[in-house]
Write a protein of this length. Structure first.
Length: 444
């Protein structure tokens, strides 16, 4: 990430206040009466201090109403702060609300020209870049039709194509990439990576936490109009998730497990003591795991066994089968339980995940004091790397809403080893034949 002594975006003591009126008439009266206050103050942002370095990619997360979009609009300049100072260096391009900045009566190509001219591009620059805009958007003849006839996906195709064509110094995106088909999303992310490599500063709002972890240098967690945390994406995302599901841990995590317990813990048998977090005594345990949930159910212990039923202590050969066993203790009565497992890379990219609901596996209700035992049997068709495994349990109500009971992100880690004949994540069986004619290269 390129660094500079001077930030490209700097917000100092920024707050944004809106006046809300109970009746439209009150707004009119207020215009002519300074003595009476007929409005209520709503502070969308309070005392925001944030700096973004040149070439940095920053993701902003938070629940709806936390002030994320207001923050981006202040940076772009479509809003002015009530107090404080916002400074930006360089050309800014932005995709804010869906279709914002487009005249619905104009055609796609007319809107593209209009938006490009607004940010200061000359007619020569616009004409030069228009073929690239048309090609990237893949709108075909729809580019000559009014945008009021566009679907949400077509809006995004046009908007993204226009803003990236401007070679911005700062690119701001508000949830736009959540719209549209997966192929175009992938195309957009490739372009974002290219812009990052060329030194463009990128800020975007998203609810897709995996995207923040995978694509950002830093993340910002906002709540109730303020910044709660700024830092490494994985840590910030974990804080954001924790805020939505208040943790009530049944075990004091500040206590160090008694070393004597580890000596008496069987290698191939799960601990069921509700007062002991046996997970932390397993050889594959990751001491930087992140756990959250309401504490009504607790994952007490886990085992990782190979095909022979022997404990896996560190690494395993690619393509091998493992069995992940776990003991789950119930503190309050539960129904409609769903147990899940996820595998992620070191940078937090999800490689594989599933749960009992997706697999159509029925689960039994649990009463207080009962322990459930579960097992996931997986064939690790992965390339050489270190992988982190997460376990979790949720309950689902009749409306289809999930309550997180206990999730242990990056609970343990395994080193998968292979012959390094492939790259990526998945290790797939493959054969190759090469010949000078169709018969010589046949066999499929």
């Amino acid at each position: 990430m390129p660094m500079s002594s001077e930030p490209v975006v700097a917000l100092t003591g920024v707050s944004k206040c809106y006046h809300t009126y109970r009746k439209p008439l009150h707004r009119l009266i207020q215009m002519f009466s300074a003595e009476r206050q007929l409005y209520e103050e709503f502070w969308a942002l309070r005392d925001i201090n944030l700096e973004v370095a040149p070439g940095e990619t920053v993701g902003v997360v938070g629940q709806n109403g936390s002030g994320k979009s207001t923050l981006l609009q202040l940076i772009v300049g479509t809003l002015t702060p009530t107090t404080g100072d916002v400074r930006c260096r360089g050309r800014i391009s932005a995709i804010l609300e869906l279709g914002a900045g487009f005249n619905p009566e104009f055609t796609g190509i007319e809107n593209a020209r209009l938006n490009a001219s607004i940010v200061g591009m000359s007619m020569e620059e616009i004409d030069e870049r228009m073929p690239d805009i048309l090609a990237f958007s893949e709108l075909g003849d729809f580019i000559y039709k009014p945008v009021k006839t566009y679907s949400s996906g077509m809006y995004i195709r046009l908007a993204f194509s226009v803003v990236i064509s401007m070679n911005p110094d700062i690119l701001v995106i508000d949830e736009a990439l959540a719209v549209g088909d997966s192929r175009f999303q992938r195309k957009c992310f490739r372009k974002l990576d290219q812009l990052r490599n060329n030194g463009t500063t990128i800020l975007f709002v998203t609810h897709a936490t995996d995207t923040v972890i995978s694509h950002c240098d830093r993340a910002v967690f906002m709540k109730d109009g303020g910044i709660v945390k700024v830092g490494e994406p994985k840590d910030v995302v974990n804080n954001y998730l924790e805020s939505m599901f208040h943790i009530r841990s049944p075990i004091d995590r500040s206590k160090t497990p008694d070393p004597g317990l580890e000596r008496h813990l069987p290698e191939d048998e799960l601990s069921v003591d509700p007062e002991v977090d046996a997970c932390r005594m397993r050889p594959t345990y990751n001491d930087t795991e992140y756990e959250w949930g309401n504490g009504e159910v607790q994952i007490l212990d886990y085992l990782v066994l190979d095909e022979a039923g022997k404990p896996v202590r560190a690494g395993i050969q690619a393509g091998s089968e493992i069995c992940i066993r776990a003991a789950v203790y119930c503190r309050e009565a539960q129904e409609n339980l769903i147990y899940g497992v996820t595998i992620k890379t070191v940078d937090g990219t999800a490689v594989f995940g599933t749960n009992t609901d997706r697999l159509s596996v029925e689960t039994e209700p649990l009463s207080p004091g009962e322990t459930a035992f579960l097992s996931f049997t997986l064939q690790l068709n992965l390339v050489s790397s270190e992988y982190f495994f997460s376990l979790g349990v949720v309950s689902r109500n009749t409306d289809g809403e999930d309550t997180v009971l206990h999730r242990r992100y990056d609970l343990f880690r395994l080193r998968v080893q292979d012959d390094n004949k492939a790259f990526g994540y998945a290790s797939l069986p493959v054969t190759v034949k090469v010949g000078k004619n169709q018969k010589g290269a046949g066999g499929c």
